[in-house]
Design a protein around this ligand. Structure first.
Ligand code: PEP
Ligand code: MG
Length: 780
């Protein structure tokens, strides 16, 4: 049978109807309120490709080297063509349209993919398959075929291959289900997602769930004690909602009328109805669930239910946490995932005084430096307000700058409006071991100066009140527990951006420093280099650099310390005294930074290089020089000349370049010929420039994916060429701290990995694990 109704399906039918279909069938069977519908079975998809005789061609088309992005793109295109251009067999057509005609009132339906291997460990795979809303019989068959074809997107092919799944083993069902024209929708955790207590957490917004998923609105939050019925509501300002346009049938975004923006979405009765359903579904499955729901009038509908463990793992997927919450008429952000939305205010009064943490979510963003911290919020809008940050306060600001580092050291936590995982605030707070939440969009406007808050640098939340004492020992936290360091052939190094973090970095037992960023030293002088030199003389400037580098080089001697020459964008220079004349650039990330600036001002650059010359003269032969943002061999030849001019012999010292632009990656063979000793992947920039995603823009932070196939391909090719040319490779971007990237790099043969201070220990173990696996594989 090509079609099964939801009430004929149970959980065991997963191989026939896919994960989503099986779950909706199971809920229907348990008498839970699921919108009615049917599933075009996975067998139908299989019969479709086999009977049309396109199966062999299909699996052959997608059997490609997935690292070859041109081949991957052709494969996906070919697979799609084969599926969407093959006519529907008459019998199947009749059955599907017949089932639709049997639905009461021939309604608008949601057409949802339901793959049989949806529960692959990688969320980016699950989120790839299509869902179509507001479909009628006119386009139903076309949409079903599109769902089938979505089994063969480039990413799906890539991930399946990488995960070792055969394309032939995955089938796909398609759920066809009555649309719920939701007046309200959202998500609920039937029990507390981390403690498992009988506390239900509900998020709710007006209209269909798309506005929430797309990040254009942030939902109300309700924490419900199931036993007592007590409710704590945090009402968000909801400017937008999604609904179906009556005329076109399309989902459209509309403004929420003024009077409803700040209105609570859920009444006490609504909450009671949700609790009742939440308890039933939890009882049915015997474990806490994450439910997507929608309401029309008093009726509650369930659109999806999954065990909570799945959603809590999905809190930190590689590219955003909402990948698989795209479905029919509902969805919401998981906690800890920035939604890039507007203001959130707490209903239970604006200032929390010094009371205990109430759990009221005030704002959320990206958890960028782990740990929790409580303290008084200090809203810092201008540098001269830094004095007001006392020991143990939480700095709340638009974005941190190098001048704030002394205050950041005093602070117990840091919260910013702007920025992603590679922003200044994220990098420096990790090095200092201070918990941080970045990219909240609005914390500096929503939080009140002096208000007691507790931040969670892992989940990315800021809640009202204090949460006990946090006695923290940043240096001890990173010291390996076991006295035996994992011995790895691939070196594991550490990144340092502020000399003050040197002892913490050295305590990790890392094999050296893979990146010492010099700009934090220079920018924290508070003056542009030119201004500083004008007022204090060249010698003072050179001494500042020498002393900063020495602090780190001493800690690590004789382990190597790779020091990078200045790379700060003009907007950061402009904030310094003397920065008034800095160019006002349209896009500073693409502008006058890195060696572009150095080569344009060889006179100022010479002072930086002079610092290296002095360090060598002092016996710091563990110092290496690294150049940022080079594009080609011409850049490198010019840089060599600069070194020679100040008396550094490139033949005697170890030096190299960062691979941060696709141009550098693609031209690495030419770079290798210039005599570099190493090439180090700056994946923060390489990802930004490959994907055209501004790394500091929180609105696109969920698309910033260092594991994107195109980024990986550039990296893989560079490693291969460098191995042939005898040039060492390394990574010093943030992604070097991610286990998936570590696995990839070790398998590709990278020479070293440089991680954040807090990640070194885990990276050492991960490298060891992958190396052992490679050895075992080679002898098995
Ligand atoms: C990078 O681009 O990955 C890098 C390490 O440099 P920065 O973050 O300082 O630009
Ligand atoms: Mg960079």
């Amino acid at each position: 049978m090509a079609v099964l109704w939801l009430d004929e399906i149970g959980a065991d039918d997963l191989p026939r109807v896919g994960g989503k279909g099986a779950s909706l069938g199971e809920l229907t069977g348990a008498d839970l309120p699921v919108p009615p519908g049917f599933v075009v079975t996975a067998d139908s998809y299989r019969a479709f490709i086999e009977e049309a005789g396109i199966d062999d061609a299909l699996f052959e088309a997608v059997d490609v080297d997935v690292e070859d992005s041109a081949a991957l793109s052709t494969a996906a295109e070919r697979a799609r063509e084969l599926i969407v251009e093959t006519p529907f067999p008459e019998e199947l057509r009749e059955e599907v349209l017949g089932a639709y005609a049997d639905m009461e009132g021939e309604p608008f339906v949601a057409v949802r993919s339901s793959a049989t291997a949806e529960d692959l460990p990688d969320a980016s795979f699950a989120g790839q398959q299509e869902t179509f809303l507001n479909v009628t019989d006119e386009r139903l068959l076309e949409r079903v075929r599109e769902c089938w074809a979505s089994l063969f997107t480039q990413r799906a092919i890539y991930y399946r291959t990488k995960q070792g799944f055969s394309h032939d083993d995955v089938d796909i069902g398609v759920v066809v289900q009555r649309m719920v024209d939701a007046e309200k929708s959202g998500v609920m955790f039937t029990s507390h997602p981390s403690t498992g207590e009988a506390t239900m957490i509900v998020e709710a917004a007006w209209g269909l769930g798309e506005a929430v998923v797309s990040g254009s609105v942030s939902p109300d939050n309700y924490v419900v004690e199931r036993e007592s019925g007590d409710v704590e509501a945090t009402v968000a300002e909801k400017k937008l909602l999604c609904e179906r346009d009556d005329e076109t049938g399309e989902t459209v975004e509309r403004e929420v009328p003024e009077d409803k923006r700040d209105e609570r979405v859920l009444s006490a009765d609504d909450i009671e109805a949700l609790v009742e359903i939440g308890e039933r579904v939890e009882d049915h499955y015997g474990e806490p669930q994450d439910v997507e729901w929608a309401m029309v009038g008093d009726e509650v509908y369930m659109l999806q239910s999954r065990p909570i463990t799945t959603i809590s793992e999905a809190d930190n997927p590689p590219a955003g946490g909402v990948a698989d919450l795209e479905d029919a008429g509902a969805g919401a952000t998981a906690p800890g995932v920035t939604d890039g939305s507007g203001a959130v205010r707490s209903e239970s009064s604006g200032s929390a005084g010094t009371g205990p943490a109430t759990g009221d979510l005030l704002v959320d963003g990206l958890g960028s430096s782990p740990g929790t911290a409580s303290g008084a919020a200090r809203i810092v809008t201008k540098l001269d307000e830094l004095d007001k940050v006392g020991e143990g306060d939480v700095i709340v600001t638009e974005m941190t700058t190098p001048d704030m580092v002394p205050a950041m050291k005093r602070a117990s936590g840091i919260v910013t409006d702007e920025g992603g995982m590679t922003s200044h605030a994220a990098i420096v707070s990790r090095e200092l071991g201070v918990p941080a939440v970045v990219g909240t969009t609005n914390a500096s406007r929503v939080l009140e100066d002096g208000q007691a808050i507790t931040i969670d640098g892992e989940k990315g939340t800021v809640v009202a009140g204090r949460d006990g004492e946090d006695e923290r020992e940043p240096v001890e936290e990173v010291r390996p527990q076991s006295p035996v360091k994992p011995m790895t052939a691939t070196e594991v190094k550490v990144n340092v951006s502020i000399p003050e973090a040197a002892s913490r970095a050295a305590a990790t037992g890392a094999d050296g420093v893979g990146l010492l960023r010099i700009e934090h030293m220079i920018l924290s002088l508070g003056q542009t280099p030119a201004k500083y030199i004008e007022e204090n003389g060249v010698d003072a400037y050179v001494t500042e650099i020498v002393e900063g580098v020495r602090t780190v080089a001493d800690e690590f001697y004789p382990r190597p310390v790779r020091v990078r020459t200045l790379d700060a964008p003009t907007d950061e220079f402009r904030q310094l005294e003397g920065g008034e004349d800095e160019p006002d650039e349209h896009n500073p990330m693409l502008g006058y930074r890195g060696v572009r600036r150095s080569l344009d001002r060889p006179d100022v650059f010479a002072h930086e290089l002079e610092a290296f010359r002095r360090l060598y003269g002092m016996g710091y032969d563990n110092v290496e020089i690294m150049f940022p943002l080079v594009n080609d061999a011409e850049d490198v030849h010019a840089l060599k000349n600069c070194m020679e001019e100040v008396g550094i012999d490139p033949g005697k010292r170890r030096w190299g370049v960062m691979i941060e632009t696709p141009a550098a990656a693609l031209g690495v063979a030419d770079l290798a010929e210039t005599g570099i000793d190493f090439a180090s992947f700056g994946t923060n920039d390489l990802t930004q420039y490959t994907l055209a995603i501004d790394r500091n823009n929180e609105r696109v932070a969920d698309r910033f994916d260092e594991l994107h196939p195109s980024v990986l391909r550039l990296i893989g090719d560079v490693i291969e060429t460098c191995r042939e040319e005898g040039v060492e490779t390394s990574i010093c971007g943030q992604a070097g701290s991610r286990p998936e990237m570590v696995d990839f790099l070790v398998e590709e043969g990278v020479s070293s990995i440089s991680a954040n201070i807090d990640a070194v220990r885990d990276v050492q173990h991960e490298v060891k694990r992958v190396e052992q696996k490679l050895v075992l594989d080679s002898i098995r």
